[in-house]
Design a protein around this ligand. Structure first.
Ligand SMILES: [Mg+2]
Length: 294
């Protein structure tokens, strides 16, 4: 039933060996990048890559799914349903939210009940999530929370550094575009992207991160090596790699901001060919020097 314009996760790279760290940094180099290739355009994912406003979203999405699946009268326990939901939610993570809801609808029908329109599930989830993050958004708006406290560590100086180097920046998110614009504004990072902030729309087939990448390359007559992409989801890493760009995996630890890579994200992003892995942007200077000053 899913008309899928964003491809599912497919592991392309199985064995990763001989990676190295840039000396004295948390930057893990998986594939070398030609010293003469200097990306002039950068595409960023938003949630988990720049923003932590929505940190904890699975704790809203998964229990909602368990509740909906329980309503089918299945004999599976809440715990079993939670494991099933968590698995497919994380598998689809990085695509637009609607894909997780399309999958939920399939799971409901598999259990012999008529599913609701996936858009209904999506609205219910967003209502729950917005209630959870309301205090964060309000805190940012009234100044009781500093923007940097809800940014992936050192995201701002990285954006400043790339801006200084004349890199044109684009934001593309699987979250609803109005919310991305609003949260980027609250975090005071919107000006880095100007009008180039893209996100999910109700007509979900009219948006994908791949479309944004293709448009950047076409409009600016770029080759893939002129593009750099940053993301904590497989979609953007996969898309940037397919386009021939430099894919920086941000294996961010959103909950604790420990400065150590999230091992699940790292492994998953290596699987679609990430070139570099960072836990956050604490070593943004060294990263930019490695890309631009060799
Ligand atoms: Mg993300």
């Amino acid at each position: 039933m899913t008309e899928n314009i964003e491809s599912d996760y497919a592991r392309r790279v199985t064995a990763v060996t001989n990676t190295r760290f840039l000396p004295g940094t948390s930057i893990e180099i998986i594939h070398d990048w030609p010293a003469n290739a200097k990306p002039t355009h950068a595409i960023f994912d938003f949630d988990g890559t720049i923003s932590l406003v929505r940190e904890g979203w699975p704790q809203i999405m998964v229990p909602m799914m368990v509740e909906i699946l329980q309503e089918t009268g299945t004999s599976e326990t809440a715990e079993e349903l939670s494991t099933i939901a968590m698995t497919f939610v994380m598998e689809l993570c990085g695509k637009q939210t609607i894909y997780q809801m399309l999958r939920l609808a399939e799971e409901v029908e598999k259990r012999g009940k008529k599913a609701e329109d996936p858009l209904v599930y999506k609205r219910r989830y967003l209502d729950g999530l917005l209630a959870r993050i309301k205090s964060r958004r309000e805190g940012l708006a009234n100044g009781s929370i500093r923007p940097n406290d809800l940014l992936v560590p050192y995201a701002r100086p990285l954006l400043e550094e790339l801006h200084k180097r004349g890199v044109q920046m684009f934001l593309a998110s699987g979250t609803e575009v109005e919310d991305v614009r609003e949260e980027a504004r609250l975090l005071k990072v919107d000006h880095f992207f100007g009008k180039h902030i893209y996100g999910a729309v109700e007509d979900f087939k009219s948006f994908s991160k791949q479309m944004v990448i293709e448009q950047i390359l076409r409009d600016n007559q770029l080759s893939g090596t002129e593009l750099i992409g940053f993301g904590d989801g497989y979609v953007e890493i996969d898309n940037v790699k397919q386009a021939g760009g430099l894919a920086i995996a941000v294996a961010s630890d959103e909950t604790d901001r420990s400065g150590k890579p999230d091992t699940w994200k790292r492994d998953r992003l290596l699987g679609v060919g990430a070139d570099v892995v960072v836990p956050d942007f604490q070593d943004y200077k060294a990263l930019c020097e490695w890309i631009y000053d060799r």
